[in-house]
Design a protein around this ligand. Structure first.
Ligand code: CAA
Length: 260
């Protein structure tokens, strides 16, 4: 698959998306969003892809936000359309059946921080910088920063970060729970791949059902989330992976999962 702004490759079950506009620090413009819109359903339908990694090209930036030069002259209607498109694309990322790891290799600002938050897990290079600088540009976060940041780090810290447009380094992002882990920049992709492989050693059907249950559950009340979990838990017993996983335990051997 060839895209003008994204690089995409699959190796050993890991699909890696690299946002590739290094001269603009991988800022998200309309072309990036169009490429994502085309690519994401293809990944969702590709059973050979078990885990997805999203990163930015170069060693300076994951994504330095939505493209300010494109937004500069937008009308209110165009701004709303752009915001809705960002939500649609990031929702598609969040709802990919496969787990998605953000390998944050530098600036994750504005739309870049929002993109990282749409992923399931964030691994940060020690050089990464996170922030929602929008109020300094006279706008609000537009690709769900006001929604996903408080859900991840809590209301108070999210409000402070958004109101002050403060950037935080990788260690601080780790401290507040925005980054799962911080690694030396040179080891970032290796760390993301190692995590992907650990996830892939488990039952991919069970992992995908866990993802769905967590995502569904966080948007509803506890009773509805628990009811959803009971359904997916029950569903597991229709899979070969459940039979293999439990038989392997009883036989004191390692399970060999097929994802079926
Ligand atoms: N949009 C468009 N172009 C951008 C960009 C962005 N968000 N961020 C960086 N660039 C471009 C710069 O304009 C520059 O281009 P030129 O070489 O053509 O001048 C190039 O990338 C390199 O950037 P700098 O020279 O500024 O690099 P630096 O190392 O000095 O600074 C930076 C890096 C601190 C990230 C700085 O570029 C910056 O502050 N960028 C903007 C960050 C930002 O405000 N992001 C939020 C955007 S709004 C948003 O995302 C809304 C939303 O929620 C959807």
């Amino acid at each position: 698959m060839e895209y003008s702004t994204l690089l995409y490759g699959v190796e050993d079950g890991i699909g890696t998306i690299t946002i590739n506009r290094p001269k603009a620090l991988n800022a998200l413009n309309g072309a990036v969003m169009a490429d994502f819109t085309d690519l994401l359903p293809k990944i969702a339908a590709d059973e050979a892809v078990k885990v997805v990694i999203i990163t930015g090209s170069g060693n300076k930036s994951f994504v330095a936000g939505a493209d300010i030069t494109e937004m500069q002259k937008m009308s209110a209607i165009e701004g709303r359309k752009w915001g809705k498109l960002g939500h649609e694309v990031f929702d598609k990322i969040e709802k990919l059946p496969q787990p998605v790891i953000a390998a944050v290799n530098g600036f994750a600002l504005g739309g870049g921080c929002e993109l990282a938050m749409a992923c399931d897990i964030r691994i940060a290079a020690d050089s990464a910088l996170f922030g929602q600088p929008e109020v300094g540009l006279g706008i609000t976060p537009g690709f769900a920063g006001t929604q996903r940041l408080p859900r991840l780090v809590g209301k108070g810290i999210a409000k402070e970060l958004i109101y002050t447009a403060s950037n935080i380094d990788a260690q601080e992002a780790y401290r507040i729970g925005l980054a799962n882990k911080v690694v030396p920049a040179a080891e970032l992709m290796e760390a993301a791949q190692k995590l992907a492989k650990k996830i892939m050693s488990k039952s991919s059907t069970a992992v995908q059902l866990c993802k769905a249950a967590i995502n569904e559950g966080l948007d509803v009340d506890l009773a509805s989330g628990s009811a959803y979990e009971s359904e997916v838990f029950g569903l597991c017993f229709a899979t070969e992976d459940q039979k293999e996983g439990m038989t392997a335990f009883v036989e004191k051997r390692k399970p060999v999962f097929t994802g079926k």
